[in-house]
Design a protein. Structure first.
Ligand code: C5P
Length: 420
């Protein structure tokens, strides 16, 4: 499990000269949060928009700004070890898996389309065989110019990828297409292109967030789950190299990046999605807060206000975990039990009834374990009666603990092949 962290994913971030260059700082932050090592290469004009010092400090590596570093004795980058001299444009991309160019100007795109290499970034792209993802940023007319469009088409035809620019207010005061895609969108697409770090690991299916059960077209029954715990599990599994799919209901936080995502807003929709996906995912971690009830017959029109003693018939939702436990064929299943004021015995009973290998019990009324918070204090219950009380830690750390227990379970001979 640790090998992915010892050999982090490596991405080159190429920055060309657009006002959107300041967003490169956020792109680096998001990559590093996803445990991706970033080496920055800047064109001379990019350096007029943002200082190499800023991007170098954020990435933790010297920035390549000089094609002639070997001649001038300037620093160049070799992954993991900074040295003097060498051929910067060849070296930095050699051990990376992907070059992301954000922002990519019309000029830079044009140069790459025509094989021009007259500064470090275009030179590196020409000299490299790794995949390249461009995030264009320019004035609408530059973007729509037939020359730019022809260049983009030519590059797509050669296998280069693009995150299309968005429509919005541009720095030149105009409105139109040309605004660089948001950093989250760029990093999401980059991580998806990289794919899982260790595709040979069993695929993990994680649920997160809350379901919303409609009462009428505008109202619903739900709960306070933010989605953070499930997101932390999906991110931790991604960072360890697992292939991950996230099934989520309503959430209050930005969705994790670089992960296959399926939205399922109601318990019934979530059950359908999981029935299908569970067949191809040997690990299921059910962190979603599924509403226990739904309206028997949701009203087609908005229920009028002021009704005295309004009664709505509720029907119990199917228990998704319990249903899936029946044909779980060797799958490892982790459930969450939210109990206020103790409740170990209740959590244990749930674990048995729902056929879980591991039950994560938490109490949202305890300090540090609140809905939407970044920390949690949990008790891990094992199918064989084992019980582990973990100290207060971040949700990401809790996720790592859960995944470590799953790895042990996956190799435990006593449990292997026992399930029907
Ligand atoms: O019974 P309780 O709601 O406390 O059980 C919590 C666990 O069961 C969680 O893992 C939750 O995702 C799952 N669950 C489910 N289907 C439901 C309700 C809860 O799978 N209808």
């Amino acid at each position: 499990m640790e090998s992915t962290e010892r050999n982090p994913r490596r991405v080159v971030l190429g920055v060309s000269g657009s006002i959107a260059a300041y967003k490169a700082a956020e792109i680096i932050r998001l990559f590093r949060k996803a445990r991706v090592d970033v080496h920055v290469v800047m064109t001379p004009s990019a350096q007029r928009f943002i200082a190499p010092l800023t991007l170098g400090t954020l990435s933790g590596h010297p920035v390549t700004v000089d094609m002639f570093a070997a001649e001038t004795g300037g620093a160049y980058m070799e992954w993991g070890r900074e040295e003097k001299g060498g051929i910067a444009h060849i070296q930095a991309s050699r051990e990376s898996e992907l070059i992301v160019v954000a922002p990519a100007t019309g000029n830079l795109i044009g140069k790459v389309a025509h094989g021009i290499a007259d500064e470090p970034l275009s030179t590196m792209i020409l000299a490299s065989s790794v995949r390249v993802l461009f995030a264009p940023a320019m004035n609408t007319r530059m973007w729509e110019n037939p020359a730019t469009q022809a260049n983009v088409r030519a590059l797509i035809g050669r296998g280069y990828r693009f995150v299309d620019p968005e429509e919005g207010d541009l720095a030149c005061g105009e409105f139109g297409r040309g605004k660089m895609a948001e950093p989250r969108e760029i990093v999401d697409q980059a991580l998806r292109l990289l794919g899982p770090g260790r595709p040979e690991l069993p695929a993990v299916l994680v649920t997160a967030g809350r379901t919303e059960e409609a009462l009428d077209p505008v109202r619903y029954v739900s709960n306070r789950s933010s989605g953070k715990m499930g997101f932390a599990i999906a991110e931790a599994a991604r960072d360890l190299g697992y292939p991950v799919t996230l099934v989520h209901g309503a959430v209050s936080e930005p969705l994790p990046l670089g992960i296959e995502r399926v939205e399922a807003r109601t318990a019934l929709a979530m059950m359908q999605a999981l029935k299908k996906l569970s067949k191809s995912h040997p690990i299921l971690i059910m962190a979603a807060a599924v509403a226990d009830y739904r309206a028997e017959k949701p009203s087609k029109s908005k229920i009028a206000s002021g009704k005295k003693g309004l009664a709505i018939d509720l029907a119990p939702n199917p228990d998704i975990l319990e249903g899936l436990a029946r044909d779980r064929a060797g799958r490892i299943t982790v459930g969450f039990a939210l109990e206020t004021g103790g409740g170990l015995a209740r959590a244990r009973e749930k674990m048995r009834r729902k056929g879980c290998d591991l039950m994560v019990m938490n109490d949202p009324t305890r300090p540090g374990s609140a809905f939407g918070g970044d920390t949690n204090e949990v008790v891990l219950l094992r199918y064989d009666g084992g019980e582990e009380r973990l100290p207060l830690m971040t949700k990401y750390e809790v996720a790592r603990e859960i995944l470590a227990r799953i790895e042990l379970l996956a190799t435990a001979p006593a449990r292997k092949g026992k399930k029907k």
